[in-house]
Write a protein of this length. Structure first.
Ligand SMILES: Nc1nc2c(c(=O)[nH]1)N[C@H]1C(S)=C(S)[C@@H](COP(=O)(O)OP(=O)(O)OC[C@H]3O[C@@H](n4cnc5c(=O)[nH]c(N)nc54)[C@H](O)[C@@H]3O)O[C@H]1N2
Ligand SMILES: Nc1nc2c(c(=O)[nH]1)N[C@H]1C(S)=C(S)[C@@H](COP(=O)(O)OP(=O)(O)OC[C@H]3O[C@@H](n4cnc5c(=O)[nH]c(N)nc54)[C@H](O)[C@@H]3O)O[C@H]1N2
Ligand code: SF4
Ligand SMILES: [Mo]
Length: 734
């Protein structure tokens, strides 16, 4: 008689990629399942940190909410399990029919946040769409901070990037809260610890612009607790002071920039007195912030999602670039190069500009004058491109790791559009409100079941300050567990490989290094062998074939490693460089002029402004299905200043009705001294099935129901008003 051998528990180093923190973790594996995840004290740079989400990975992998098989929708509208091969056959056949009838452009992909942990998934998806002949690839990036890329296209980039955070003595965060979001604007490796070191130990002066006394703002030298939506005015006031007091770096501007006179003239009306009144902040604090930033030997500024959604998001990002250039806060020749390439191909950066580039060269769309732009195809146009009949109408959509029903800024139109599709396929580990509308839901393997690397942390280095790791760090993590027993799961990218094979399409993956007009290595093209599907590890090897440090070397360090040997210094500006940074872009200066003369009228019926925030337990909607993460509180409270609570006769836990010009939701009021009066702060990505009315306790409140894509939208990015949103608040009767 055989004896079942029980495998003793083992502890494996893994890599959490739930958010861009990419924390190294230790995974306890028992009986083939991950049972515990904690920070990895043996890993460099992170001090053993892992947040509640990372520690809940075992539940995200093994919890009841996880789909273990792909699903198909039946005639009654309900979903039942389907074999992966069968699902691919049926999807491929339906797609072929749609392409035959309407052309390849009728097929689109939306790629969301869920696949940022294995960026190759979106790249293979894009390769498949390219092979099909459709340009309709929409990335979540365009409903995040797309203004960052438009602003860079208008301003240009600095080849050598930013000075070291560790050298910085001033740092500005505009509506970004990296202690919770980890997303940038601050070192991503344990931002709480880096904040303590910088502010407490080194005396770095932090300036935070945020209507909420956020976790970051509590440590600020100056906290401008503004009326939301005033970021362009506030940054203009800082520039105004810096120019008026001649605090700028004249030599740097003379050599590397143009447009100074236009900028000086455009910010002239934005005196500290004018902006103080308009933004509701002390005049002296504006002056102090400007002086502090200009006096810094090295400094940085980062704009988060707060200003991105409060309208004029591109302008805010642009002015942040102007401030940096005015003060010459870019890395200089001889400085240690930040974020040197390790997994990316070798590259030496010079202390010189990359000239501005065309921002709007993409494919024209049919709605609101929008088109493909420097940030990609605007997601804000996607629902209308599905709904609008005629040539070019999108009839099939594949949603890769996204949740449009809770994330897109127009719930009604999004649901109507998704319902009207001829074919809707969702790749998601859970039956989300979006997946409920799908014809097919493909259940993917998750991290810990797949290998991963730190490549993505290198690839985001051009997107604003402090994105990625400053030192030459690299990490490879193998798959540490098998998918749950009895499941049938695939890696996301394999879906597109199999669709290509089934449809007889060749697949060529193009990996882009660096920024759009980057001087770095040209894109690498990898043609797949369609007769044999590679493993995820083979794919990683192919992508990293030109890496500066060979993958085999990186693998020698299971906890990650700092490869000091590739640390470089910034090179001199080359003699033939004629590029200049543009700080007086015409469109931006015109938008500024318009802002100077048009204060928003006070809306008596809607006296509150709704602003976004992140929840430490979730990544957007991901985590809501986990009882470990959202067990105690399944909803998103509406945080209000206690004085407003008293005025409205509310106590904690009271139901409130929040009404905007476009819709109404019910939430639970919660008093919070850190919120500026007149503001309600609410997390997005809540709300339940589109087929049922939201239950405020079980589903929370879906902010997207208050938004319309037509409202004050940005002419380039298409992002409508998603923050600084006028709302009316009243106690709900029940
Ligand atoms: N009102 C308002 N709206 C907003 C925002 C806001 O602040 N306020 N923020 C905006 C921003 S910045 C963003 S990024 C978007 C987010 O928009 P989305 O990316 O569309 O939304 P998420 O909720 O992040 O959806 C991620 C999905 O991926 C799934 N997932 C997790 N892991 C995997 C995986 O390995 N594979 C696959 N296939 N799926 C996976 C999750 O279950 C989840 O359903 O929302 C935007 N919308
Ligand atoms: N825990 C957690 N981490 C996440 C996510 C998550 O959902 N949860 N989501 C991930 C994603 S997709 C993203 S894009 C990033 C986002 O990362 P961040 O941009 O850092 O997002 P938040 O933490 O919401 O910080 C935004 C701040 O802007 C403030 N704000 C609101 N309106 C305004 C305004 O008009 N002006 C100014 N100046 N400030 C304003 C809010 O009060 C808030 O403190 O986080 C990522 N990381
Ligand atoms: S901060 Fe992000 S990467 Fe780190 S453990 Fe939390 S979710 Fe994972
Ligand atoms: Mo985001």
């Amino acid at each position: 008689m055989g004896v079942t051998e029980i495998e003793p528990p083992r502890i494996e180093p893994g890599l959490c990629r739930l958010c861009v923190g990419y924390c190294p973790v230790l995974v306890t594996v028992e009986g083939g399942r991950a049972t515990k995840v904690s920070g990895d004290p043996a890993a460099p740079l992170f001090d053993g940190y892992a947040c509640p989400k990372g520690r809940a990975l075992p539940d995200l992998l093994n919890g009841k909410q996880r789909l273990l098989h792909s699903m198909v929708r039946g005639a009654d509208g309900g979903h039942s399990a389907i074999g992966f091969e069968q699902a691919i056959k049926e999807i491929a056949s339906k797609l072929t029919g749609i392409v035959e009838r309407h052309g390849p452009e009728a097929v689109a992909i939306y790629s969301g946040t869920g696949v940022t942990g294995f960026p190759t998934s979106a790249a293979v998806a894009k390769a498949w769409l390219d092979a099909l002949g459709s340009p309709m690839f929409f990335s979540v990036n365009t409903i995040d901070k797309p203004g960052m890329q438009i602003a860079q296209a208008r301003h240009g980039l600095w080849e050598a990037g930013h000075p070291a955070f560790e050298e910085a003595d001033a740092w500005i965060l505009v509506g970004s809260n990296p202690i919770i979001s980890k997303t940038g604007g601050f070192p991503q490796n344990n931002p709480g610890m880096r904040l303590k070191e910088a502010v407490n130990d080194r005396g770095m002066k932090l300036i935070v612009i945020d209507p909420r006394r956020s976790e970051m703002a509590r440590r600020a030298h100056v906290h401008l607790q503004c009326i939301p939506g005033n970021d362009p005015a506030i940054l203009s006031a800082l520039i105004h002071v810096i120019i008026a007091e001649k605090l700028y770096d004249e030599a740097f501007i003379d050599l590397h920039a143009e447009g100074f006179a236009a900028l000086a003239s455009a910010v002239a009306p934005f005196t500290p007195a004018f902006v103080a009144k308009r933004a509701g902040v002390p005049q002296q604090d504006l002056i102090e912030a400007a002086r502090t930033f200009a006096a810094a030997r090295a400094g940085g500024i980062f704009c988060g999602t707060g200003p991105s959604f409060a309208t004029h998001g591109t302008l805010t990002e642009y002015l942040a670039n102007c401030l940096t250039t005015l003060c010459g806060h870019w890395a200089r020749a001889g400085d240690p190069l930040q974020k040197p390439n390790v997994l990316l191909p070798a590259y030496s950066a010079r202390a010189q500009p990359i000239a501005p580039w065309p921002e709007n060269a993409g494919r024209p769309l049919r709605v609101r004058g929008l088109r493909g732009n420097a940030s990609g195809m605007p997601v804000a146009a996607l629902p209308d491109e599905i709904l609008l009949e005629g040539p070019g109408q999108i009839r099939a959509l594949i949603c890769l790791g996204g949740n449009p029903v809770t994330a897109f800024p127009d719930h009604k139109r999004t649901v109507e559009a998704l319902r009207s599709l001829e074919l809707f396929v969702v790749l998601d580990p859970e039956m989300t409100p979006t997946a409920e509308l799908a014809d097919y839901v493909i259940a993917p393997k998750l991290m810990l079941e797949l290998p991963g690397t730190s490549l993505a942390m290198e690839m985001i280095k051009y997107l604003g300050h402090s994105r990625g790791i400053e030192v030459p760090y690299a990490r490879y993590a193998p798959a540490v567990v098998d998918p749950p027993a009895g499941s049938e799961l695939v890696a996301d990218w394999e879906v597109f490989y199999e669709l290509a094979r089934e449809m007889g399409l060749p697949l060529t993956l193009v990996t882009h290094y660096g920024a759009s007009p980057s001087p770095e290595a040209p894109p690498l093209k990898i043609s797949f062998d369609m007769s044999r599907r590679p493993s995820s590890d083979e794919l990683i090897e192919a992508i990293l074939q030109n890496s500066r440090i060979p993958l085999s070397e990186v693998k020698r360090y299971p906890h990650g490693h700092i490869f000091v040997e590739v640390q470089e210094t910034v090179q001199e500006r080359s003699a033939d460089c004629t590029a200049r940074l543009q700080i007086g872009n015409k469109e931006m200066m015109a938008e500024l002029e318009q802002i100077a003369s048009s204060a928003r009228p006070w809306n008596e019926d809607m006296p509150f402004l709704l602003v976004p925030r992140r929840d430490n337990r979730l990544v957007n909607s991901y985590g809501r299905g986990s009882t470990v993460l959202s067990g105690r509180q399944t909803f998103n409270p509406g945080w209000l200043n206690p004085a407003d609570m008293r005025r409205l006769g509310l106590v904690d836990g009271d139901r409130i009705r929040i009404r905007s010009a476009h819709g109404e939701i019910v939430a639970f009021a919660e008093g919070d001294q850190s919120i500026r009066a007149g503001i309600i702060s609410l997390t997005h990505c809540f709300g339940g099935s589109p087929d049922k009315e939201d239950d405020p306790v079980r589903d929370g409140a879906n902010v997207a129901k208050l938004l319309s894509v037509d409202d004050d939208f940005d002419p380039v990015t298409g992002i409508p008003r998603m923050g600084a949103l006028p709302v009316h608040i009243a106690r709900a009767i029940n």
